[in-house]
Ligand binder design. Structure first.
Ligand code: FES
Length: 157
């Protein structure tokens, strides 16, 4: 069995037997290991949890935080949900598109940065929220975008 299989068995022990509760942490482990959830990765999770790949895929495809396509070394995720949308999230997203030269869902040609538009990130009181490699930046405006990307490319965030 694979190292992922063993890790999933460890996580599985924390949940009641016979339930599907460990699906989310198992998918997260697979994504951490492979960077994204390929068909093979989802099959590995399903095998470890004794579930069907279709069920695991249905869970993975529901949540924004799971990548079903390869992503760049860094991810920039702009919340475009209601609170952020009311305070200019679309303009922030467009500023990232312009600076990076890619549309949401695409990765820069050098494979470094994937831009994504995502649903509510749970930081609604300080819109617009942008997650840079899963670390939140609050109250982001279009004017902040060049600096954020410069910091990211220089190893900060
Ligand atoms: S709407 Fe953007 S964080 Fe909730």
């Amino acid at each position: 069995m694979s190292a992922l299989y063993d890790e999933i068995q460890e996580v599985r022990k924390r949940y009641p037997p016979g339930t599907r509760s460990a699906v989310l942490p198992a998918l997260r482990l697979a994504q951490e290991r492979y960077g994204w959830l390929s068909r093979e990765a989802i099959e590995e999770v399903a095998d470890a949890l004794e579930l069907t790949p279709a069920y695991c895929f249905s869970v993975a495809s529901f949540y924004d935080m799971f990548h079903l396509e390869p992503v760049g070394r860094h991810t920039v995720e702009v919340c475009t949900n209601v609170c952020c949308g009311l305070l200019g999230a679309q303009q922030v997203l467009e500023a990232f598109e312009q600076e990076l030269g890619v549309a949401p869902g695409e990765t820069t040609p050098d494979g470094e940065i994937t831009l994504r538009a995502v649903e509510c990130l749970g930081g609604c009181s300080t819109p617009t929220i942008v997650a840079i490699d899963h670390r939140y930046r609050q109250s982001v405006t279009p004017a902040d975008v060049p600096t954020i990307l410069e910091e990211l490319r220089n190893g900060g965030d």
